[in-house]
Design a protein around this ligand. Structure first.
Ligand SMILES: Nc1ncnc2c1ncn2[C@@H]1O[C@H](COP(=O)(O)OP(=O)(O)OP(=O)(O)O)[C@@H](O)[C@H]1O
Ligand SMILES: [Mg+2]
Length: 493
């Protein structure tokens, strides 16, 4: 696409004398009439935040225009608020700090908003925005983003609807942002893609990624050469990500062992005869995730079905689980998030005082037995990793002790995107979409540990083993344990 000059009145960017820098920033700002979704940046410092703050002002002449700019948390929003004060007041904007809303002389409004927790997205349900901007989109989850952009609409066709975002590599959203905007796509090209809204409606949307680096921002390079020097002095991985905008180096993947060509298998009917069970992580304003598993003769777990859904109360979720379970399927148990034994909030008004687990068990009846999941997180993650560890099976084919059928799309979409918790690297960052992972952890913890690949014993080890096996056998034949407890413990040590 040809780069053009700054857009002209009445939809010109203001305030004057702010002008986009020629190059990527100007290109990004000129996409507004031709592209619904656009992502700007990759690297640090090209003027991403300025671009979003300014883009939001484009349609201020329309009294019915409503724009909104998001950051994930409130403290992060402060930077945007400061920036807006600098520019929006010179456009006659008045700030209502309680509602974090700018109102302009025409009646147009721009909101500054945050969406820290998964369910905060519902605070914006039913609101109508024509412009939605996300600064640092890599800090949001995909489900937050998809829900929020479904609120972008207008009843006035003279106001254009579109979404703009900025991002750096890294963060809980790294994987999905990369997949949505970058992977397999050429920069500065507009792509059409069909998109399913949470209500099931399908839309065809246009999408574009505009990469840029600090070298595209002469203001910053000139006014603060130390910032460029700091970027150049970063360790290699960070330098590649933040100076060059390289999206391949900052994965920080929690399950770096994940390999879809090994772990994902074609969907087939689950075989008869193997034990089957369900795992469940409950959520109402965040997705509830349920997985159906069978274990084969080798103890390998295979996920063959899933449900991933929001806004279902316990009874509805239990009914949904029953309805997708085949009539003749024998389900040994459903292992669930232990907190549902304490959660009484989503069904008050129906059966007062009953826990979520009790409600579900009543609906499951004799068909499925609900059991508490073991919620020891670190042990659970380690056991999951152990199961995911690839090994060569029959005929030298690579496989693992945990496999997933390709119809389990939400598991396959969310698991590889989870990242380490910055403060506790043994755990994952819970601000990501971790519901399928949590429920899989309960599933894994409900099974005996995966059998490690057999390792050969040395002759000495074998002899010692045989000796102690013989001692244990003799002891087991004794009618009574020895009187002296110490001796008993020593022998059994
Ligand atoms: N077109 C412009 N004209 C004048 N100044 C600009 C322009 N674009 C950006 N700047 C200034 O350059 C500086 C860096 O821009 P900005 O903060 O928007 O970059 P960024 O890409 O968001 O950086 P980061 O990656 O650190 O978030 C800011 O002081 C901003 O006001
Ligand atoms: Mg910024």
């Amino acid at each position: 696409m040809r780069m053009s000059t700054a857009p002209s009145s009445p939809n010109s960017l203001r305030p004057q004398p702010w002008r986009p820098h020629p190059g990527p920033q100007e290109f990004f700002l000129n996409l507004w009439q031709v592209c619904f979704e656009a992502l700007f940046g990759g690297a640090k410092g090209p003027g991403k935040t300025d671009a979003i703050v300014m883009e939001a002002t484009r349609q201020l002449d329309h009294p019915r225009y409503r724009g909104v700019i998001f950051r994930r948390t409130y403290p992060q929003l402060q930077e945007i608020m400061d920036r807006c004060h600098r520019w929006y007041s010179s456009l006659g904007g008045m700030f209502n700090s309680q509602e974090r809303r700018w109102r302009f002389p025409s009646g147009a409004t721009i909101f500054l908003a945050h969406c820290q927790h998964e369910d905060d997205k519902y605070n914006y349900q039913g609101h109508e925005y024509q412009f939605m901007g996300f600064d640092q989109l890599e800090q949001f989850t995909e489900s937050q983003y998809l829900f929020l952009i479904s609120q972008v609409r207008t009843i006035d066709p003279s106001i254009r609807c579109y979404v703009r975002a900025t991002a750096n590599p890294g963060g809980v959203g790294h994987a999905w942002v990369k997949r949505r905007f970058i992977e397999g796509k050429r920069p500065n090209q507009i792509y059409k893609e069909s998109f399913t809204l949470p209500n099931g409606q399908i839309l065809v949307l246009t999408r574009c990624f505009v990469p840029a680096t600090i070298h595209d921002n002469p203001t910053l390079v000139k006014s603060d050469p130390r910032y460029l020097a700091w970027l150049q002095s970063l360790p290699e991985k960070e330098r590649k990500a933040f100076l060059e905008g390289n999206w391949d180096v900052m994965e920080g993947q929690f399950f770096d062992i994940w390999n879809s060509s090994i772990h994902v298998i074609p969907t087939v009917r689950p075989p008869e005869g193997f034990q089957k069970f369900i795992s469940l992580d409950y959520g109402y304003s965040k997705p509830a995730s349920a997985g159906w598993w069978y274990t084969d003769y080798d103890g390998r777990m295979v996920r063959y079905r899933e449900v991933y859904s929001e806004r279902l109360i316990y009874s509805e979720l239990a009914e949904l689980i029953l309805s997708v379970t085949d009539r003749n399927e024998q389900i040994a148990y459903c292992v669930a998030d232990p907190s549902i034994w304490d959660d009484r909030q989503h069904h008050w008004g129906t059966i007062h005082g009953e826990s979520g687990a009790e409600t579900m068990q009543k609906i499951f009846g004799q068909r499925i037995r609900l059991i508490r999941g073991d919620n020891r997180r670190i042990i659970g993650w380690n056991r999951m990793r152990e199961r995911l560890k690839p090994f060569q099976g029959q005929g030298g084919m690579w496989t693992a002790n945990l496999l997933v059928m390709d119809s389990c799309r939400d598991f396959i979409r969310t698991l590889p995107g989870l990242i380490h918790d910055e403060h506790n690297p043994e755990d994952l960052d819970t601000s990501g979409e971790d519901h399928a992972a949590d429920e899989t952890r309960y599933a894994v913890m409900s099974r005996p540990q995966a059998t490690p690949a057999p390792t050969a014993k040395s002759p000495e080890e074998r002899e010692t083993q045989e000796f102690w096996d013989a001692v244990r056998k003799d002891l087991s034949q004794l009618q009574h344990p020895p009187q002296d407890e110490e001796t008993w413990e020593e022998i059994n040590a």
